[in-house]
Write a protein that binds this ligand. Structure first.
Ligand SMILES: CNCC(=O)c1nnc(C(C)(C)C)o1
Length: 320
């Protein structure tokens, strides 16, 4: 399996701000690393997951001008967990607004999980603005991917214990459409109903995001109700709307628009949240992209084998 790499050292942002992108939403963004460096934008997962200071550490701070931002309703962006005007295509335009606001011509785009979904949607819409793509834990939001993880048609066979916690919250009569059942609760007028549904949904995802269950991450879903609500409510909103794509396979059908962009795809073989089939489908449509199936990883970006290949990829594109 070879030598594992560690993340780059902890660094602080040298600039932070809020960008008003609609009469409802303002986005938190930050810049770190080299202010005159090669710009890279980090697209976080979820949707609704928000960024964290550790996300800066996938990039050489001497080479990169590192830009993180919290997507609509996520992290420090306001209003928290707001679903109005919150769609894939709003986010694609937000990325362009942020790019223009920061006076950047072209940038490297880095995204995992939902962040890979958004990276594909953004680069297929604005290919001329993308220097290179680094994609991890491929999620194309096809119906079968949602059914695998959220509707009891796959991941639950590998994590039956944790799935019980998630599914037992929904009465049998509603289990034919679990995502819809959770959506009714996550958009309930009753805060206690929203909070418990968010805790169950987020705990299920945190429990299954690593090859070995990460107890610390598991606690986060239960001890950070605002984060849990942002994560669960925004994810569920995108899923009941099929990602706002006109067809289930929209992103895979449009790969030809980005095949000339330098790219690296990194996928954990034991990713239970975004199973490897989507990465494999993407790879077959995009033979020019570097492709790494990590033999001992699950979904998370910081599992050793995955982290190592992501760091190699950002090093490869640092001087573009
Ligand atoms: C489809 N949802 C998986 C996803 O995008 C995701 N999983 N974990 C995360 C965080 C690391 C942002 C919590 O995002």
């Amino acid at each position: 399996i070879g030598e594992y790499r560690d993340l780059y050292p902890e660094i602080e942002a040298f600039d932070t701000g809020f960008l008003k992108v609609s009469d409802v939403h303002s986005l938190y963004y930050e810049q770190s690393g080299n202010k005159d460096g090669n710009p890279v934008v980090f697209l976080h997962g979820g949707p609704g997951g928000g960024t964290s200071p550790r996300d800066r550490r996938f990039f050489d701070p001497k080479a990169y001008r590192i830009i993180l931002f919290d997507q609509r309703g996520s992290g420090k962006s306001t209003p928290a967990a707001e679903l109005k005007d919150n769609t894939t295509w709003h986010l694609v335009e937000d990325i362009e607004r942020l790019r223009e606001h920061l006076k950047i011509e072209k940038w490297v785009v880095f995204g995992g999980s939902w962040g890979s979904t958004l990276s594909l949607a953004y680069s297929q819409t604005y290919p001329a603005r993308v220097k290179a793509l680094v994609l991890r834990g491929i999620f194309t939001l096809r119906r079968k991917e949602l059914e695998w993880f959220y509707e009891g048609k796959g991941a639950n066979f590998m994590f039956p214990d944790h799935f019980d916690e998630y599914i037992s919250h929904i009465p049998e009569v509603e289990r034919g459409a679990v995502i819809d059942a959770y959506y009714r609760r996550l958009t309930s007028e009753d805060e206690s109903v929203r909070t418990e549904a968010a805790r169950r949904w987020s705990t299920w995802e945190m429990a299954t995001s690593h090859l070995y269950v990460n107890e610390e991450k598991l606690q986060k879903a239960g001890t950070e109700p605002t984060w849990s609500l942002q994560f669960a409510r925004i994810e569920c909103h995108y899923f009941v709307n099929g990602g706002f794509f006109e067809s289930g396979s929209h992103l895979l059908d449009n790969v030809d628009k980005i095949r000339s962009i330098p790219a690296t795809i990194v996928q954990g073989r034991y990713d239970m949240v975004c199973p490897a089939t989507s990465a494999w489908e993407l790879h077959k449509r995009w033979p020019e992209a570097d492709f790494f199936m990590i033999p001992d990883s699950g979904h998370n970006s910081n599992e050793p084998g995955t982290r190592t290949k992501l760091l190699d990829a950002t090093d490869k594109y640092k001087s573009l």
